[in-house]
Design a protein around this ligand. Structure first.
Ligand SMILES: Cc1cc2nc3c(=O)[nH]c(=O)nc-3n(C[C@H](O)[C@H](O)[C@H](O)COP(=O)(O)OP(=O)(O)OC[C@H]3O[C@@H](n4cnc5c(N)ncnc54)[C@H](O)[C@@H]3O)c2cc1C
Ligand code: HEM
Length: 416
C-alpha cells in the first residue's frame, strides 16, 4: 500500500486522497469484517436481493471477501499512481452484474449499507471527514461500474428491467456420472444472441424450498445454430458441507420441455482476433471453456496452432473429451495432453497426477487461457512464468467470485 499522497491527477479530490491514503491500511485490515456485516444488514432491509445474490457464496464468505478485496484494490489504485491497472477487475464485475440484471438505482442501497457497515465496524474512528472520503471512493467506483454496465447493456440490447429470457430444454446429455449438458432454445421465438466463445450466462432457477437462485454457466458449445448448450458438473458437499443447490437441482430435476430463465452472454474470457498459437489449460468443469474456443478456431482459423491440456480425476470424469478431440482433429496443428489422478491400466497416453507443463513443447509466442480451481491455475501460471511466458499472455477464468485479481500482487496483475 502506498504511503505517498497522490502525485498525479486522480479522480479523487485532493482532500479525500489524503484521508484515504491515511486510512487505507486500517480499512483494508477490517475490510472483510465490514463486508461480512454489510450483507446481513442489506438482506434484512431488502430481502428481495436474496434472490439475486448467490447464497452459496454467502455461506462460504467468498462474495464478501471478493467485495472487500475489490473495494480496497480500487482505493489503492486511486491513491497510488504505480498500482496495477484495475481494468480487468472492473470488467469482470461489470459483466457479472449485467448477467444478473443489476440496475443503477441499486447502487444507492449497496452504498448505504456498505458505508453504514464501515461505521459499525470502525466506530468512533470514523470522523465525518473519513466517512466523506470513503463515500467518495464508493461513488467513484459505483459511477464507473454503472457507466460500464450501461455500455454493456446497450451493446447487447438488454433492457436491465428484463435481463432474462425463457429457454426451453430440448435435449439432456449425460456426459459423465457427475456432468450433464443441457441443450436449449429461446422459447420466445427469437434468435440466439451473439456469443463469444468462453462467455457464460446466468441461469436463474426456482428451488423446491421457494428460493430463487442464479448461477453462472459457460456456454459450452457455440456450434449448434439457434441452440445454447450448458454443461453442469454436480457439486458434492465435502466435509459436512451441503451439496451444491443449483447444480444438484439441475441434475435431479431438469427434463426435456423445462423452461429456464437465462441471461444474455457475459464475460471477457474470450480469445483475441490474432493468429498466434493458443494453449488452453483446464481442469474439471473448466473444460466447458475449451470446447467453444476449439469450435470457434475450427470454424474460423483452422490453421491456428492449438494445444489443449486437461486435468481430471479419471478419464471417466473427463467431460466433453471426445467432442473436443473430434473438433480438434479439424485443425491443422492440434495437440492434446491429459493428466488424471488415476490413469486406467489400458491408457498409455495420459499422464498420471497433477498437470505439469514443465516439459510440454510450447511455441515462443503462446497465448494461454486457463480455467479450473484457483490452486490449479496458480500452479499453471507459475510453471509458465518460470518458462518465460509473459504474464500478459496468461488469461484465467474463475468459476466463483474472483478472489485472485483483486488480491494479486502487481507482478501477478501485470497482464491487465
Ligand atoms: C463465470 C463462471 C462460469 C461457470 N461455468 C460453469 C460451467 O460451465 N459448468 C459448471 O458446472 N459450473 C460452472 N460455474 C460454477 C457454477 O456457477 C456454480 O458455482 C456451481 O454449479 C455450484 O453451484 P451450486 O448451486 O450447485 O453450489 P452452491 O450451493 O452455490 O455451493 C457451492 C459450494 O459452497 C458450499 N456451501 C454451500 N453452503 C455451505 C455452507 N452453509 N457451509 C459450507 N459450505 C457451503 C457447497 O458445499 C459447495 O461446495 C461457473 C461459475 C462462474 C462464476
Ligand atoms: C461499487 C459498488 C459495487 C462493487 C464494488 C461490487 C463488487 C462486486 C464484486 C467484486 C463481485 C464479484 C465479481 C466476481 O468476481 O464474480 C460482485 C458480484 C455481485 N454483485 Fe456487486 N458490486 C457493487 C455493486 C453492486 C450492486 C449495486 C448490486 C445490486 C444489488 C450488486 C450485486 C452483485 C451480485 C448479485 C453479485 C454476484 C454475487 C455472487 O455471485 O455471489 N453489486 N460485485
Amino acid at each position: 500500500m502506498s504511503s505517498t499522497v497522490l502525485t498525479s491527477p486522480s479522480l479523487l479530490s485532493d482532500r479525500s486522497a489524503a484521508v484515504v491514503t491515511a486510512t487505507a491500511g486500517v480499512v483494508a485490515a477490517h475490510a472483510e469484517q465490514i463486508t461480512a456485516r454489510f450483507y446481513p444488514r442489506m438482506f434484512t432491509e431488502h430481502p428481495e436481493l436474496l434472490r439475486v445474490f448467490n447464497q452459496g457464496n454467502q455461506a462460504t464468505g467468498e462474495q464478501s471477501r471478493a467485495l472487500a478485496a475489490s473495494v480496497v484494490a480500487y482505493a489503492v489504485q486511486l491513491i497510488d499512481p504505480n498500482a496495477p491497472s484495475f481494468h480487468h477487475v472492473m470488467e469482470r464485475i461489470a459483466y457479472k452484474h449485467i448477467s444478473l440484471g443489476i440496475r443503477p438505482e441499486q447502487y444507492t442501497i449497496v452504498g448505504h449499507h456498505l458505508l453504514a457497515a464501515v461505521g459499525e465496524v470502525l466506530g468512533d474512528a470514523v470522523t465525518p471527514e473519513i466517512a466523506d472520503a470513503w463515500s467518495e471512493v464508493y461513488w467513484l467506483f459505483a459511477t464507473q461500474l454503472i457507466a460500464e454496465e450501461a455500455r454493456l447493456y446497450q451493446q447487447a440490447a438488454i433492457d436491465p428491467a428484463r435481463p432474462l429470457r425463457p429457454y426451453r430444454v430440448i435435449r439432456r446429455i449425460e456426459e459423465t456420472n457427475d456432468v450433464i449438458s443441457l441443450i436449449m432454445e429461446p422459447d420466445d421465438g427469437g434468435d440466439l444472441p451473439a456469443i463469444s466463445p468462453g462467455q457464460y450466462v446466468s441461469v436463474f432457477v426456482d428451488l423446491p424450498n421457494g428460493q430463487r437462485q442464479p448461477r453462472q454457466y459457460t456456454v459450452s458449445s457455440t456450434g449448434l445454430g439457434n441452440r445454447l448448450q450448458l454443461t453442469v458438473r454436480r457439486v458434492h458437499g465435502v466435509n459436512g458441507a451441503p451439496d451444491g443447490q443449483v447444480s444438484t437441482y439441475l441434475h435431479d430435476n431438469t427434463t426435456i420441455g423445462d423452461i429456464l430463465d437465462v441471461s444474455a452472454p457475459a464475460g471477457d474470457f474470450v480469445i483475441q482476433p490474432s493468429n498466434g498459437p493458443l494453449l488452453l489449460a483446464s481442469a474439471g468443469a473448466g473444460i466447458t471453456t475449451v470446447l467453444p474456443i476449439v469450435e470457434h478456431i475450427a470454424r474460423t482459423q483452422p490453421d491456428r496452432t492449438v494445444i489443449i491440456a486437461h486435468a481430471d480425476r479419471t478419464a471417466q470424469d473427463h467431460a466433453l473429451r471426445d467432442t473436443v478431440l473430434h473438433v480438434g482433429r479439424q485443425l491443422d496443428d492440434f495437440t492434446a495432453y491429459t493428466w488424471y489422478e488415476t490413469v486406467g491400466p489400458d491408457d498409455h497416453r495420459s499422464r498420471q497426477g497433477l498437470m505439469d507443463l514443465t516439459d510440454i513443447p510450447l511455441p515462443a509466442d503462446i497465448q494461454v487461457f486457463t480455467c479450473g480451481p484457483l490452486p490449479f491455475m496458480r500452479h499453471i501460471r507459475s510453471t509458465l512464468l518460470a518458462r518465460d511466458v509473459p504474464a500478459s499472455r496468461i488469461r484465467y477464468e474463475v468459476f466463483g467470485p474472483d478472489l485472485w485479481a483483486a488480491q494479486a500482487t502487481p507482478q501477478e496483475l501485470a497482464h491487465t
